[in-house]
Design a protein around this ligand. Structure first.
Ligand code: DGY
Length: 323
């Protein structure tokens, strides 16, 4: 019997490719990343399985090109790049990689928080530019304590919860906003209080975003929100770039309407050195590395392959979006 065909929009770990090759006829895109849409459209036509990445836009028009596709397995926890509803109407399963990247992403969010509040990267830039002239002055390179500050978690899901646990160890006060409050016992365990969105933005010393990018969260953090935040507050975003209006953020940072930001995600990635955010000192930037540890990325590959195995046989992937 002919092997089923699987297309990968980019290569994965050797062990994952080996595993896939045992069962399928695989083809891996090499060359321009993201894969040009035209090429992806021609591949999706032929294959039973697709492995994609968070920057591959798998929309309705693309899904409609598929003749035999059974499963889309994304190497990410985010799935806002896939028209999941449409895939469902075409009986195409969608797999994703939650859980395994919770700690890695929470660590990164927390490190951005420490970095921007204690001006670590800024200090590094100062030294590399040969600008370190004075030592130990009363006002030299002073940052902000984390202890006793209020951390506002926007989205108390898996990653938000992992952030709360880390923040507790730093003796921070915790508030959160979700569409629905979590259980009272979880609130007690974490020592966290539910507040409205307006309270979250006006009371927090640091806000960390942990919600998906949806119609409701699109560009939610805009100039109106920044004007309600404390002038001494910080914004951390390791979720999705499009939740923040970047130009409004640039303006708020320049005008010192907020104190700083730590960002691992951007509206359009990668950003280049001409991006206005790179011209601002009170911001720490990361190249979308929330889940990027050796251990986590390997686990994500394992799940991506397992999701594909199940989906291609018409079964529900272990980590499945919806259907
Ligand atoms: C994801 O998995 O969606 C993350 O953004 C990757 O870091």
């Amino acid at each position: 019997m002919d092997k089923k065909r699987v297309f990968l929009t980019r290569t994965l770990h050797d062990f994952a490719l080996k595993e896939l090759k045992k069962k399928y006829r695989i083809e891996v895109h090499s060359g321009k990343i993201p894969i040009p849409r035209k090429k992806l459209a021609s591949k999706i036509k032929e294959v039973e399985g697709l492995i994609c990445f968070p920057y591959d836009v798998i929309d309705k028009a693309l899904i409609d090109k598929a003749n035999n596709l059974k499963v889309i397995s994304t190497y990410s926890v985010g799935f806002d790049h896939i028209d999941v509803e449409h895939a469902k109407t075409r009986k195409i399963r969608v797999g994703y990689t939650p859980e395994v990247l919770t700690d890695a992403t929470a660590d990164l969010a927390f490190s951005l928080m420490l970095d921007i509040m204690r001006r670590v990267s800024e200090g590094d830039r100062i030294i590399r530019n040969g600008d370190w002239r004075q030592i130990y002055g009363a006002y030299d390179y002073v940052g902000t304590d984390l202890q006793k500050k209020t951390l506002g978690i926007f989205g108390l899901g898996r990653i938000g919860t992992a952030i709360a646990k880390r923040a507790k160890a730093f003796d921070m006060k915790l508030i959160y906003h979700n569409r629905k409050p979590v259980s009272k016992s979880k609130e007690r365990e974490l020592g966290i209080k539910f507040v409205s969105f307006n309270q979250l933005i006006s009371q927090s010393d640091v806000i960390s975003i942990h919600v998906p990018h949806t119609k409701q969260t699109d560009l939610l953090f805009d100039k109106k929100v920044f004007s309600k935040m404390k002038k001494t507050s910080f914004l951390i975003n390791t979720a999705r770039g499009k939740i923040v209006n970047e130009m409004d953020l640039v303006s708020a940072l320049k005008k010192k309407e907020i104190a700083g930001a730590g960002l691992d995600v951007f509206a359009s990635e990668p950003i280049g050195k001409r991006h206005p955010l790179t011209k601002i000192q009170n911001v720490t930037l990361g190249p979308h590395i929330g889940s990027s540890t050796m251990e986590t990325r390997a686990k994500m590959a394992e799940i991506t392959v397992n999701n594909l195995h199940l989906g291609i046989r018409g079964k529900k992937p272990k980590f499945s979006v919806g259907y």
